[in-house]
Design a protein around this ligand. Sequence first.
Ligand code: PSU
Ligand code: MN
Length: 301
Amino acid sequence: MNKFLSISPEVQQALNEGGPVVALESTIISHGMPYPQNVETAMRVEQTIRDNGAVPATIAIIGGKLKAGCTADEIEYLGRKGREVIKASRRDLPVLVARGADGATTVTTTMIIAAMAGIKVFATGGIGGVHRGAETTMDISADLEELAQTPVMVICAGAKSILDLGLTLEYLETKGVPVIGFGTDELPAFYTRHSGFKVDYRIDSPEELAAAFRAKLEMGLHGGMLVTNPIPEEYSMPADVINRAIDQAIADANRQGIHGKETTPFLLARVKDLTGGDSLAANIQLVLNNARLAARTAACL
Ligand code: PSU
Ligand code: MN
């Protein structure tokens, strides 16, 4: 085991026994939702994974240690500190670890640490991607590069239209990342079930998700697999409401000169404010839905 990694006893035992484990990210806790809903949601997501027969491993960087499996106290700490915790992507790891600092892991760093620990399935809300206007800003999330190289299945609810969804799919195609729709042919757009873009393949069962990913691993093809799981109909938002809020949030970000790693957290917080909390309720439900599917899929692997 590598000296930077700290695996909780419960997660280690499940891994030793070959039992199902599901990784969870911490940027969604500290930067993706407000306190205290962030901590409540993180704990509900862990419970949902347990209820579906798997062990949750919330991933974060605490005191310079790469943690696979956070305690309730650590989750509370990350949630309470919120945006004061450094949002840690791949490029942040060397300095944070050397300094013994804390970091909230994005999809990228959660994949890296999950792979180090031997965890194959990871549930989250939404991934980063190619931002609108990337043809001039070059703002493309490191999440896409990580999906290209690190062997973890990422189960999400698609991507928000704060991104350019068409360009995000093109990028994933170039990088050889399979994009699967769970029970759908269409890429879900996070708050809504529809984007107008097609996924590569529709898969209808956790067994087949596991079989496809196992085949990828056994062939030695590096990189991950992106599973997009639409938000349950009853929790999805009206497309016009959410799209108006997103357009407004992007205009605000441009006017305020928001850029770099601040862009995504700014847009998420602004959309939440503009929709009066409805988007937060939808966000919580889709994460729980992804946690259920991830636990069932991990059990098949
Ligand atoms: N998209 C969401 N919710 C999130 C994120 C993205 O709908 O919480 C977070 C994830 O941690 C993701 C990160 O990995 O933002 C992407 O940030 P960036 O666009 O700066 O790469
Ligand atoms: Mn970016």
